[in-house]
Structures are given as structure tokens and as C-alpha cells.
Design a protein around this ligand. Structure first.
Ligand code: UT7
Length: 338
């Protein structure tokens, strides 16, 4: 805990970890009724990564975190807060953040999970930013990590969701900006729980006894796998994304024309194309990599951010907006002067 008042935070380093094993649309066509053409046309996904040997989200998160620390030029001893955004924790409890702290070999610093699905990374980032600015921490490790492949119904019954999700992790180190002109300008978070059942994973559930049953696994519409009203979610996504991006820009007297880079959550390439059109922003300013990873929920934004830094799209001085929409419904944005 630093005690020092910090006015503005900045991302000091980023890292990613994705499994080596690539699963193409044709690979999925072997196990379910689908096609490369359908998946590419409806989602823009060409392939995604699935782990080969079973492991939890913290294993990928750990690799991403080490890369982010190295990029920031910091050691784990410099970190005094860990936030882990995931909808696929290694185990139900304790938190993946606690398991990650053990992997990192730290003890006693606070570690907590953020369970906010596709918006989870931005919720975690906003929380870390607030805690640092309140003097409760100096350097925070913010990780988004997911293992979807062990929890998908990869048969025709589950194809609407099964073809979309992929495994991966991304991490950032957040710390004092050191330059009032640079860093995280603001975060904007929203939730509307009345739409929970439009995209959810119902079992195992504490409101049921037993929490998971054979029917949850084997029924026609099994509650033990993620279920989604795809079109409904799509319609909300294309409205909420532009709204929350405008909200972030307006908070600083800025407009879309000022934006250099937009990094949206990667749920569907068509959603991001609709959003670009609604904002009237040049496609070249929008970072998309869903073709290679599918939807990695809480990991998608830090993975895309890491790639955009590596390929020179995100550089010092640029105005960068991160935005997410997903289950809950929850949605969020974070605006940076990089
Ligand atoms: O990250 C969290 C937020 N998630 C999202 O934002 C996802 C939002 N929704 C979507 O991206 C799209 O709704 C999907 C990609 C999930 C689905 O695309 P769609 O164009 O909305 O298709 P649909 O659900 O209306 O289904 C059209 C047809 C159906 O067949 P019928 O009823 O017309 O005979 C589906 O059964 O496509 C069928 N279908 C498939 N066919 C081949 C559904 N999934 C598949 C599949 N392969 N994987």
C-alpha cells in the first residue's frame, strides 16, 4: 500500500498467453453440424485456441502476468494488488486471483476475482484504477483469463455458443502515470441484470438442490452449458457499444473524430462492424482479432490491446478507447491518452 495520492494511472506493461492448439471451423464441422462458411459469415471467426491438456484459467493468466510484468520492467514484489477477471475460474472457490497469487509466489497482498464476463476486464481495470488513485495500492496486476473449451457443448445441440468461444489470457500492470497528460482518463461501467437469462450459465447453481443434476448435463437445453439468445444479445450490443464509447468521449469534451484507436470486445466481427458504422469511425482505427481467437470473454480486450501495441497502432499520445458488452447485461468503456 503506497499511501501516496496518485492522480492518474497508466498501463505500464501488457502480456498475453494463448494455447498453441488451433481449432479451425473445419475441425468443429467434424463434431457438430456447422460449416466454415456459416461461422465466418455470421461471426468472422476462422479459428480459436483450445487447451490440449486440462488446466485452469490461472495457468494462462500466470503466463500473461509474467509477460506484463517483464514489459513493465517490474518484479512481482512491486505488485500490491491482483484482480482476476474470469467467468471460468479454475474452481468455484476460492478465487482464481488467490490461486494466481500462489503461482506468482506472493503472499498477503489483496487478490480478488471479478465475475463480469465480457466486461470483466474493464470492471477489473476500473476497480484497480480507483484503488490506486485512492492510495490503496501502487501497482496492480489486472488479468483477464478464460478456459472455455472444457465447459462447452461441442455437439450440434450447443453449436450457437460452442463455435464462438475460445481460450486465452491477457494481463496488464497498472500503476502511477508519472505524467498528468498520459494515462487512463476515465472508466464508465453499466449493468442491467434483468437480461441475465439472455446469456448465462445456470448450473451449478446455489439456488438449486442439488446444484447440478444429470438433466443439467444431458437435457435438450442443458443448464450446465452456456446458453444465449444470440439475436437478442446482438441487438443490445450494437446499441450499448456506441453509447458507452460516446459517454467516455463526451466526459472529456471529445468526439469520435478525436479517437485514434478503438479496441472493442471481440464477440462477433459483425457487431464490431455495425459499431464502427454507427460511430462513423474508419475501420482501420478498430482493432479486431476475433478471426484468430474467437470470443475469449474477459481476455479479449487485453489480448487485442497487446497486439495493437506490438503492431504499432497503440503508441504514446494516441487516444485509445476500450469497450465491452456482454452477459449481465454489463457494458463498459475505458478511455486512455496513451
Ligand atoms: O460475448 C458476449 C456477447 N455475445 C454476443 O455478443 C453474441 C451475439 N450474437 C451473435 O453473435 C449471433 O447472434 C450468433 C453468431 C450467435 C448467431 O448468429 P445469427 O445470425 O443471430 O443466427 P441465429 O441464431 O438467428 O441462427 C440462424 C440459424 C438457425 O437455424 P434456423 O432456425 O434458421 O434453421 C440456427 O439453428 O443458424 C443456425 N445455427 C447454426 N448453423 C450452423 C446456429 N448456430 C449455428 C452454427 N452452425 N454454429
Amino acid at each position: 500500500m503506497s499511501g501516496e495520492r496518485i492522480e492518474r494511472t497508466r498501463i505500464l506493461g501488457v502480456g498475453t498467453a494463448t494455447p498453441d492448439h488451433v481449432v479451425t471451423n473445419d475441425d468443429l464441422s467434424v463434431v457438430m453440424e456447422t460449416s466454415d462458411e456459416w461461422i465466418q459469415q455470421r461471426t468472422g471467426i476462422r479459428e480459436r485456441r483450445h487447451i490440449e491438456a486440462d488446466c485452469g484459467a490461472t495457468e494462462l493468466g500466470h503466463r500473461a502476468a509474467l509477460e506484463a510484468l517483464a514489459a513493465a520492467g517490474l518484479g512481482i514484489e512491486d505488485i500490491d494488488l491482483i484482480l482476476f477477471a474470469t467467468l471460468s475460474p479454475d474452481i468455484d472457490w476460492p478465487a482464481s486471483a488467490a490461486l494466481l497469487s500462489a503461482r506468482l509466489g506472493v503472499s498477503r497482498i489483496p487478490a480478488l476475482d471479478v465475475r463480469n464476463q465480457c466486461s470483466g476486464f474493464l470492471y477489473a481495470l476500473a476497480s484497480a484504477d480507483a484503488l490506486i488513485r485512492a492510495g490503496r495500492a501502487r501497482h496492480a496486476l489486472v488479468v483477464g483469463g478464460e478456459i472455455h473449451s472444457t465447459g462447452l457443448d461441442l455437439t450440434t445441440r450447443g453449436r450457437e455458443v460452442g463455435v464462438i468461444f475460445g481460450d486465452g489470457a491477457g494481463a496488464v500492470v497498472l500503476g502511477p502515470s508519472g505524467d498528468p497528460g498520459r494515462g487512463l482518463l476515465s472508466c464508465h461501467l453499466h449493468a442491467q441484470g434483468k437480461y441475465a437469462e439472455k446469456l448465462w450459465l445456470e448450473a451449478a447453481a446455489s439456488r438449486k438442490r442439488p446444484r447440478i443434476s444429470r438433466a443439467d448435463l444431458e437435457g435438450d437445453d442443458p443448464a450446465a452449458f452456456p446458453r444465449m439468445s444470440g439475436r437478442y444479445v446482438f441487438k443490445h450490443a450494437v446499441t450499448r457499444f456506441p453509447e458507452v464509447i460516446h459517454e467516455a468521449l463526451a466526459a472529456h469534451g471529445l468526439g469520435v473524430a478525436d479517437l485514434d484507436v478503438l479496441i472493442p470486445h471481440q464477440a462477433n466481427l459483425r457487431i464490431n462492424q455495425f459499431v464502427a458504422q454507427a460511430l462513423e469511425i474508419d475501420d482501420a482505427k478498430v482493432v479486431n482479432n476475433i478471426d484468430r481467437y474467437g470470443n475469449t470473454t474477459a481476455a479479449s480486450i487485453p489480448i487485442a490491446l497487446c497486439e495493437a501495441i506490438a503492431d504499432g497502432r497503440v503508441t504514446e499520445g494516441r487516444l485509445v478507447c476500450l469497450a465491452a458488452f456482454g452477459a449481465g447485461f454489463t457494458w463498459a468503456s475505458a478511455l486512455f491518452r496513451w
